[in-house]
Every structure is written in C-alpha cells, then in structure tokens.
Write a protein that binds this ligand. Structure first.
Ligand code: FMN
Length: 309
C-alpha cells in the first residue's frame, strides 16, 4: 500500500505539483477564488483570456444554462494586458503556483505583441507560460479562424514561438472536421503542449419571444454535455503528437479527470464546474490522490494514456 503517491507532472517544461489546472475564463484572475480555494494547492492557474487593450465583451444576455451545461457569449471581456501586469499579477506572486496567461488577439500582430510583452515581464511578474487561445467561438474577428485551419494554426503558433521563449500551450477548438491535423500543425510550429477543448458552438431559442436566448445568437457550449466529445478528441490527439496534452471539457468530479488522464491527458483544466462548486479543484486533487492510493499506483504519470483498447 502506497501512502503518498506522486502527483507531480511536467507540462511544456512547467513543473506542476499536481495535474489540476483552472480553465481560462472560469476562475477570474485567481484572486476572486482565494476565499474558497487555497491557491497554493493548485497545479497551475490559467487566467481569463487577455488582449492588448481592455475589452467589454458582448452585450447581455450572454450566459444561459442548458441541459448538462451552459452557453456563454462573453467574448473575452478583460482588463487588457497592462492592467493585468500592474493590478492582477502582483497579488498572485505570493503563491507558489505557476501562472499561465491565456492570450487572444484580433490580428496576428496583436498575439505576437502580447507574447513579447508578457515575456518581457515574466520573471518580475511571475508569468510561467502562455496558453494561446486560437479557439474562441464568440468573437467576430480572428481567433477561431486560426484554430480551424491547419495552415493558419501553423502561422500563428510559429509567429508567437519566435516572439517568446516562454512555454507555449496551444488551445484547440473542437469546431473542426479533423482535430489531428490542427494538433500536428501546432506541434510542428513549436507549441510545447496542447490544451483541448475550448467550447462547441451552439444556440438556444426562447419559444415565447421566438428570439435567440443569447444576444449574440450563438455561444460556446461547456460543461458535462461536452465531455464525451472532449475525451474523444484528447484520445485522438494523444495518439498523434509527441508533446503533452491537457484535457478540458465537462470535468466536474474525480472520475471525469481520471477518464481524461487515462485517455492520454498529462494534466486537466476545470472550467464550468468552478461556477457550481468553487472548491471543485481542491476536491478533485484530493480524490485523485485517494484513487492512486486505493489502486496502488505510485505515480500519476503511470496512468497517463494507460487506456486498454
Ligand atoms: C464563461 C466562460 C468564459 C470562458 N473564457 C475563455 C477565455 O477567455 N479563453 C479561453 O481560452 N477559453 C475560455 N473559456 C473556455 C474554457 O476555458 C473551457 O475550455 C471550456 O469551458 C470547456 O471546459 P468546461 O466544460 O470544463 O467548462 C470560457 C468558458 C466559459 C464557460
């Protein structure tokens, strides 16, 4: 019987004390969750997607509940990179947890400038890595366009790669016909790891007003409803690339996290579940440890991709 299994994993050269990370856009800038979560215990924190300039996002209504999930059309409301650096990152510096910044832009130049700027302040402000959002479904310009085409994915990831030495995670969209070709393009372009999936495009209609329930008409579907899709994509990508894969999509309990890890994810991100239970990250970390003990597994890395087919 093992009493203290190893939960440490390494992603893109970033050493995590456990494989549980927060998914961008569902954990604010970290500080909002500090009353509920000991931020020191997380594997890593991924913050709300950031752009060069502040953004207001889409008009409301922009969030609705759906069966086993939710649709959101927030569209990257954020404080902009300079306020992030001055007002948000200093608070996080006191924690012993890697901070990964999720970046977005309307143009290739904007992504490159963001990567350069964050690289410049990384040591002083504690930026450990970048997650590149090439997959947001809620914006009119850019973003998802990058992630739905292999050539465009290669172009954006390789351009960012040249602009920074920070560990680079490319976040993929499920709104594609073949996720494997996109994953390969991101790997060839120099991504150190891949995270998937972002939300699936969807909509909902109010039958009384006959209007879309979201002002933006469409939104991104997240939560338990998307887990089987996400798992299938993680498993396919795991077999295709040689870089670590981070699993995201509908994780609300320990079994969900374990499914992703067994299917090939070296780490996982928890999103929508944070809105239901702000302590879910910590509970899942504790329960992963319990599972390892009960199953006599001394190192979480033994479980990664251990699926029997
Ligand atoms: C309200 C909301 C805001 C989000 N904002 C971002 C974002 O800024 N950048 C990003 O890459 N993904 C964003 N996402 C996507 C999540 O990080 C995650 O990929 C997705 O929700 C699937 O995981 P889940 O089912 O655990 O929520 C957002 C999701 C939600 C629900």
């Amino acid at each position: 019987m093992i009493d203290k299994p190893c939960l440490k994993v390494e992603i893109a050269g970033i050493k995590l004390k456990n494989p549980v990370m927060t998914a961008s856009g569902t954990f604010g800038y970290g500080q909002e969750y500090a009353p509920f979560v000991d931020l020191n215990r997380l594997g890593a924190m991924i913050l709300k997607g950031i752009t060069l300039k502040p953004k207001m996002g889409n008009p409301p209504p922009r969030v609705i509940e759906t069966p086993s999930g939710m649709l959101n059309a927030i569209s990257l409301q954020n404080v902009g990179v300079e306020i992030l650096i001055k007002e948000k990152l200093p608070y996080l510096k006191k924690f012993n947890t890697p901070v990964v910044i999720n970046i977005s832009g309307d143009t290739l130049e904007e992504y490159v400038e963001l990567a350069r700027r964050l690289g410049e302040v990384s040591k002083e402000m504690g930026v450990t890595g970048l997650e590149v959002n090439i997959s947001c479904p809620n914006v009119k310009k850019g973003r998802m366009v990058w992630g739905t085409d292999a050539k465009a994915t290669y172009k954006i990831v390789s351009s960012i790669r040249k602009a920074t030495t920070l560990p680079l995670i490319a976040k993929l969209t499920p709104n594609v016909t073949d996720i494997k070709t996109i994953a390969q393009a991101a790997e060839e372009a120099g991504a150190d790891a891949l995270s998937l999936i972002n939300t699936l495009v969807g909509m909902a209609v109010d039958v009384n007003s006959r209007r879309p329930k979201l002002a933006n008409v469409s939104g991104g579907l997240s939560g338990p409803a998307i887990k089987p899709v996400a798992l299938w994509m993680v498993w396919q990508v795991f077999q295709t690339v040689n870089i670590p894969v981070i699993g995201i999509g509908g994780i609300i309990k320990v079994e969900d996290a374990l499914e992703f890890i067994i299917a090939g994810a070296r780490a996982i991100e928890i999103g929508t579940a944070n809105f239901v239970n702000p302590r879910v990250t910590i509970e899942i970390i504790e329960e992963i440890e319990k599972y390892l003990i009960e199953n006599n597994i001394k190192d979480i890395n033994e479980l990664v991709g251990s699926i029997k087919i």
